[in-house]
Ligand binder design. Structure first.
Ligand SMILES: CC(=O)N[C@H]1[C@@H](OP(=O)(O)OP(=O)(O)OC[C@H]2O[C@@H](n3ccc(=O)[nH]c3=O)[C@H](O)[C@@H]2O)O[C@H](CO)[C@@H](O)[C@@H]1O
Ligand SMILES: C=C(OP(=O)(O)O)C(=O)O
Length: 417
């Protein structure tokens, strides 16, 4: 197991190229199951979750080839089983449920179980697929689903679930008739998935709004598709510039999709500007705390909550962060406190009072974005911070240590003793 050792206090300067989005690449890779013929995907980030997805697709009978950031998928000999050993390491595996049902009329996918940030049930996915004609049983920890051809339905989500919307969007492309998804998720990654499916021949309207209409077609063809850039990775590097008082130029930055994040960072006092095809982000080191609530898109993303908290730990004044999406997404708080942060937790709110400095310490990563927030805090802390259990970080950030070192961070990866 690896750990990161960071010597803090060095402002970051230079250019960072943003990778393809994990949360778009995962559903798009899985959506290849729906296609006849070959799918060619580019800008696929090299991450642990992508390696898991490739393993999953290959267990499901796909033939795959991967070269650097390209993946070719052919769903020639599909089988309906997604085993627990894989699903437990990556919750997004549950996204193969809709496509398998749609393509094969059956699916057996292990129930993912909870994770560090919350219980994360999939009841809304199942309820919606039932409306399209699927029947489910839970047996030995596996969800077993059956259907004849899925049929169109009007589905109203109780909550705009990202994964639920993606699962249903995929399932509906090959169903008979029209499916309407109401209170659908509007996240840019859902839109990217819809664009991919449309390129494969799907008939979809309204993606990016809360009502998505899908007219089922008989087959989808393979296509070539480039995955969108990762808005959460870009937001994380924006915070890296801010917390170290440096200046970063972000290439391939999905600026339009970052509006809620950019708005908060500007409110804190950061300078963020589009310059040609780059986004230049800087801070003179004096920032103010703000109040933030996480919300479904276009609200402030929960996946940036931990990173923003790290930034607020060193800003002036005090602010409140309210986490509305996941019931347990504050695992980073006690670790930030180990570095000297002043944070009081009360239910779903964290009260942060900025401190003059953080001091390096050994800390433990508990989930993906918590890990990122600890790395960010370590970049600004005085002395040495060791972030343990960074396999969480490797699940979702492409070579973060290498990218940071290139712009002046004193960071090294070593084996955890
Ligand atoms: C791979 C991927 O894209 N992951 C993202 C996706 O996760 P994910 O798709 O799991 O997130 P959802 O939008 O589905 O979940 C949001 C909330 O709804 C609840 N819920 C969800 C489904 C359901 O059937 N029942 C239910 O109660 C969840 O427990 C959670 O509290 O969107 C989240 C919210 O933007 C992000 O933080 C994750 O990074
Ligand atoms: C929570 C996240 O991912 P996942 O849904 O894959 O756990 C994330 O990307 O921050």
């Amino acid at each position: 197991m690896d750990q990161l050792v960071i010597e803090g206090g060095y402002p970051l300067f230079g250019e960072v190229t943003i990778s393809g989005a994990k949360n778009a690449a995962l559903p798009i890779c899985i959506a290849s199951i729906l296609c006849d013929g070959e799918v060619q995907l580019t800008k696929i980030p090299r991450l642990r979750d992508i390696a898991t997805t490739i393993k999953l697709l290959s267990l499901l009978g796909c033939s795959l080839r991967q070269e650097e950031n390209r993946v070719w998928v052919r769903a020639d000999n599909l089988v309906p089983d997604a085993p627990y050993d894989l699903v437990r390491t990556m919750r997004a595996s549950v996204l193969c449920l809709g496509p398998l049902l749609s393509r094969l009329g059956q699916a057996r996918v292990a129930l993912p179980g909870g994770c560090a940030i919350g219980a994360r049930p999939v009841d809304l996915h199942l309820k919606a697929l039932e409306k399209m004609g699927a029947r489910f049983e839970l047996e030995g920890g596996d969800i077993t689903g059956y259907c004849n051809r899925l049929h169109g339905a009007r589905i109203h989500f109780d909550f705009p679930t990202v994964g639920g919307t993606e699962n249903l969007l995929m399932a509906a492309t090959l169903a008979s008739g029209e499916t309407v998804l109401e209170n659908a998720a509007k996240e840019p990654e859902v839109v990217d998935l819809a664009h991919f499916l449309i390129d494969c021949g799907a008939r979809i309207e309204g993606h990016g709004t809360s009502v998505i209409r899908i007219q089922g077609v008989d087959r989808l063809e393979g296509c070539s598709y480039e995955v969108m850039s990762d808005r959460i990775e870009a937001g994380t590097y924006m915070v890296a510039a801010g917390i170290t008082g440096g200046e970063l130029s972000l290439a391939a930055c999905p600026f339009a999709e970052l509006e809620p994040v950019v708005a908060k960072l500007r409110e804190m006092g950061m300078h963020i500007q589009e310059v040609g095809d780059r986004v230049v982000v800087k801070s003179n080191g004096v920032l103010e705390c703000v109040d933030v609530e996480t919300m479904p898109h276009p609200g402030f993303p929960t996946d940036m909550q931990a990173q923003l908290m790290a930034l607020m730990c060193l800003a002036q004044g005090s602010g409140v962060i309210t986490e509305n999406i996941f019931e347990n997404r504050f695992m980073h708080v006690l670790e930030l406190v180990r570095l000297g942060a002043d944070i009081k937790l009360s239910g779903k709110t964290a009260h942060i009072r900025g401190v003059k400095r953080l001091n390096g310490a050994p800390v433990m990563a508990s989930d993906l974005r918590a890990s990122a927030s600890l790395v960010l805090a370590g970049l600004a802390a005085k002395g040495t911070t060791t972030v343990r259990r960074i396999y969480h970080l490797d699940r979702g950030y492409e070579t973060m240590d290498v990218k940071l070192a290139r712009v002046g961070a004193h960071i090294r990866r070593e084996q955890q003793p």
